[in-house]
Design a protein around this ligand. Structure first.
Ligand SMILES: [Zn+2]
Length: 190
């Protein structure tokens, strides 16, 4: 390749004329032509050389490896301390756990024995609802229904549609806790 110098002429691809034309060298970096002016349109632009040469800068020089490492920001919330069910029941008097009945009243941290779900721990009390954490699930049940039935009878009539909550495909809404409890109390009428 002939030696070029600033002010000399070189054939280069003009981005405006879209042709390879004679250009005047405006700037050089080392032995490489950096910037030229088209002798035809007088436009300044970076030197591109003739089309087909390998002199042009490669536009696809973005690093690819930075992609995988930038998406690892969603694993930060796995730090939650999970207390196992056995640990929650540690120190509790499981042997004397009362049988669950919607007529009894429960308190947080109390251990209750449920005929279906087994040993459960009261984790929350909200009015006449009580959250019970069992080994496999957490259930919201009723409690404190032992008083005189001022408004509701102890056994809700089956025409209310509150029975059989499990065989309805109601995925969108959570099943009413009342229905669960009334189903249990039906087997309790000994
Ligand atoms: Zn030009």
């Amino acid at each position: 390749m002939a030696t070029h110098k600033v002010g000399g002429e070189v054939d280069a691809y003009c981005t405006r004329c879209k042709l390879t034309l004679a250009h005047t060298i405006l700037a050089m970096v080392g032995t490489k032509i950096a910037r030229v002016r088209c002798n035809t349109c007088n436009g300044d632009h970076a030197y591109r050389g003739a089309p087909g040469t390998t002199d042009r800068p490669t536009p696809s020089s973005t690093p690819r490896a930075s992609r995988a490492s930038s998406s690892g920001s969603s694993s930060a919330k796995a730090e939650k301390v999970i207390i196992s069910f056995e640990e929650q029941l540690a120190g509790k008097d499981i042997a004397n756990a009362p049988k669950y009945s919607p007529k009894d009243t429960y308190q947080v941290d109390q251990v209750v024995s449920h005929p279906t779900f087994g040993i459960g721990l009261v984790t929350a009390v909200r009015g006449d609802k009580v959250d019970l954490t069992f080994r496999t699930d957490t259930k919201t049940l009723v409690h404190g229904r032992g008083g005189p039935p001022a408004e509701k009878p102890a056994f809700s009539p089956p025409t209310r549609g509150a029975t059989g909550p499990a065989d309805k495909p109601m995925a969108a809404e959570p099943p009413p806790a009342d229905a669960e409890a009334s189903g249990e109390s039906a087997t309790n009428g000994d």
